[in-house]
Write a protein that binds this ligand. Structure first.
Ligand SMILES: CC(C)(COP(=O)(O)OP(=O)(O)OC[C@H]1O[C@@H](n2cnc3c(N)ncnc32)[C@H](O)[C@@H]1OP(=O)(O)O)[C@@H](O)C(=O)NCCC(=O)NCCS
Length: 163
């Protein structure tokens, strides 16, 4: 693969932002968790689709916490990219930030890991190419992705096993 055709993490990177409006907020004036999850799902789906250039489905979303509320009127920013590609699946990572538009203060509010599966014309899982992690940060995420994948697999098996 030449440098111009290699599939890098950077080519999957996406940033989505929106002003939080009252329709997406709870009665305390903070963004709804479901709205944050929706944005994470869309951003990660685009990153995965960019990598494999095929339709993808969400197979799983790992544990998600909300560290700080995001107020109506603030900006929500979701940054996502593919961390690692496996056989037919890809782990995507998303980081969510809030930005106070008056002061410019940014807070990291959530981190999430999602798995997407590429589908063929018959809507069956289909192999994807490996991804090249270039920076030290991308390489750290690439290495840790396999640990998270093993954990997911073990958890799935354990929950399936008769007790
Ligand atoms: C995800 C889905 C395609 C997997 O199909 P499947 O028949 O289990 O396929 P396979 O067993 O061949 O697994 C395919 C890949 O999915 C991965 N996978 C399956 N279940 C998973 C899960 N719960 N979490 C993470 N990865 C999962 C497998 O590890 C495998 O990855 P690999 O090829 O890189 O090793 C299928 O379960 C599906 O269509 N689910 C619904 C997806 C959807 O509609 N999402 C929208 C939200 S409801």
């Amino acid at each position: 693969m030449t440098d111009s055709t290699k599939k890098t993490v950077a080519t999957t990177h996406i940033e989505m932002s929106e002003i939080v409006l009252p329709n997406d907020a709870n009665t305390l004036g903070n963004i709804l968790g479901g709205k944050v999850m929706h944005m994470i799902d869309i951003a990660c789906a685009v990153a995965a689709h960019r990598h494999c250039r095929r339709p993808v489905v969400t197979a799983s979303m790992d544990y998600l916490d909300f560290r700080h509320p995001i107020k109506v009127g603030a900006l929500i920013i979701v940054k996502a990219s593919v961390n690692r590609a496996f056989r037919t699946s890809m782990e995507c990572g998303a980081k969510v930030f809030s930005e106070d538009l008056e002061t410019g203060e940014r807070k990291h509010t959530s981190t999430a890991y999602l798995t997407f599966v590429a589908l063929d014309e018959n809507k069956k899982p289909t192999p994807v190419e490996p991804i090249v992690a270039e920076t030290p940060e991308e390489q750290r995420r690439w290495q840790q992705a396999v640990i998270r994948r093993d954990f997911r697999m073990r958890q799935k098996e354990a929950l399936r096993a008769p007790r």
